[in-house]
Ligand binder design. Structure first.
Ligand SMILES: Nc1ncnc2c1ncn2[C@@H]1O[C@H](COP(=O)(O)OP(=O)(O)OP(=O)(O)O)[C@@H](O)[C@H]1O
Ligand SMILES: Nc1ccn([C@@H]2O[C@H](COP(=O)(O)O)[C@@H](O)[C@H]2O)c(=O)n1
Ligand SMILES: [Mg+2]
Length: 198
C-alpha cells in the first residue's frame, strides 16, 4: 500500500530557511484533484473527512466545528479513525492523504493504528502572502477562510507541523515543490515526482 502525505508549505526553521510561511492555501487539494485524474490514487482529505463528520451531526461534530473555526488540530483518534475507515471503504491501495499529518500526535497515531508509513511526503512551498491571498479568495464558504483563522492556522502549522516535516526529512521522505507558481506549472513539477525515472 502506498501512501503519500501532503504536508504543506514552507516552514521557518533555518534548515528550510527562506520565507516565514506555514500552513494552508498552498494548493494541496487542487493538485490532489490533478493527481487523482492522472495517476489514479484515492484522494483522502483529512479536512474534508472532518467537515463531512460535522455535516453528519455525529457526537464529535460540534467539537470538530469549533476546532476548525479556531484553526486548531482535532484529536488524532478522531481523524485517524476517519482516515482508516475511508481507506478500508475505498477498495484501493494507493492513497493520497491530504493535509495529514498536521502534528506529531497525528503522525504517531496513524502509524501506530495502521502500521504503515508514507512512501513519501509532498511538501508544497508557498509564500505566506500568496497563501493568504488564495484563501481569502477561495469562496468555498469555509468557516476558516477568514483572516483571523488563517493567521491562527499559520501559527499552528509553524508550531505543530514543522517537527513532522523534519521527522520525514530525516528519513529522506520529503519531496519539495515550489507551489507559488501557476496551477499548471505546479502540476508539471508534481508529475515529475510521481513519474518514476526510467
Ligand atoms: N498554483 C495556484 N495558483 C493560484 N491559485 C491557486 C493555486 N493552487 C490553488 N489555488 C487556489 O487557491 C485556493 C486554495 O487552494 P486549495 O484549496 O487547493 O489549498 P489547500 O492547500 O488544500 O488549502 P487548505 O489546507 O486550506 O485546504 C483555491 O481557491 C485554489 O483554486
Ligand atoms: N489532520 C488534520 C487536518 C485538518 N484538521 C482541521 O481541519 C482544518 C481544515 O483542514 P484542510 O486540510 O481542509 O485545510 C484544519 O485547519 C484543522 O482545523 C485537523 O484538525 N487535522
Ligand atoms: Mg485543502
Amino acid at each position: 500500500m502506498s501512501l503519500l502525505f501532503f504536508i504543506f508549505n514552507q516552514i521557518c526553521s533555518n534548515k528550510w530557511q527562506k520565507l516565514r510561511t506555514g500552513g494552508p492555501g498552498s494548493g494541496k487539494g487542487t493538485q490532489c484533484a490533478n493527481i487523482v485524474k492522472y495517476f489514479g490514487f484515492t484522494h483522502l482529505s483529512a479536512g474534508d473527512l472532518l467537515r463531512a463528520e460535522i455535516k453528519s451531526g455525529s457526537e464529535n461534530g460540534t467539537m470538530i466545528q469549533n476546532m476548525i473555526k479556531e484553526g486548531k488540530i482535532v484529536p488524532s483518534e478522531v481523524t485517524v479513525k476517519l482516515l482508516q475507515h475511508a481507506m478500508q471503504e475505498s477498495g484501493n491501495n494507493k492513497f493520497l492523504i491530504d493535509g495529514f499529518p498536521r502534528n506529531e500526535e497525528n503522525r504517531a497515531a496513524f502509524e501506530k493504528v495502521t502500521g504503515i508509513e508514507p512512501e513519501f511526503v509532498l511538501f508544497f512551498n508557498c509564500s505566506e502572502e500568496e497563501m493568504e491571498k488564495r484563501l481569502l479568495s477561495r469562496n468555498e464558504g469555509r468557516v476558516d477562510d477568514n483572516i483571523e483563522t488563517i493567521r491562527k492556522r499559520f501559527k499552528v502549522f509553524v508550531e505543530s507541523s514543522i517537527p513532522v516535516i523534519e521527522y520525514y526529512d530525516a528519513k529522506s521522505k520529503v519531496r519539495k515543490i515550489d507551489a507559488g507558481k501557476s496551477i499548471d506549472e505546479v502540476f508539471e513539477e508534481v508529475k515529475k515526482i510521481f513519474t518514476p525515472a526510467n
